[in-house]
Design a protein. Structure first.
Length: 97
């Protein structure tokens, strides 16, 4: 039998998207069932995370091709949190006005 070696050193754009979306879906489902989050919060949270992921991945990798796993963990994930925090502040300011 031939042994197949999987290359775990690189991550595609869609693999990274699943790593980001799975905890977010769990958070939103739990928040909806337990805390009764409203629909506006759920959609705005989902849109902010989506925009943050797309922009952070593009800023770090300069395109949407494969990225090294260490680079994804060290650069993309923290940048997602920074961009989402800035967008959340902007959205909350626009909602107050």
């Amino acid at each position: 039998m031939k042994k197949v070696n999987a290359n775990r050193n690189y991550m595609t754009f869609l693999n990274g998207l699943t790593y980001v979306y799975i905890p977010i879906f769990i958070f939103l489902i739990a928040g909806t069932l337990i805390r009764n989050y409203n629909v506006v919060f759920i959609f705005s949270f989902f849109i902010i995370i989506t925009i943050s992921y797309f922009s952070a991945y593009y800023i770090v990798n300069k395109n949407y091709s494969k990225i090294h796993t260490n680079k994804f963990i060290e650069s993309v994930i923290p940048l997602i949190f920074i961009i989402s925090a800035i967008l959340s502040i902007l959205v909350s300011l626009f909602i107050e006005i």
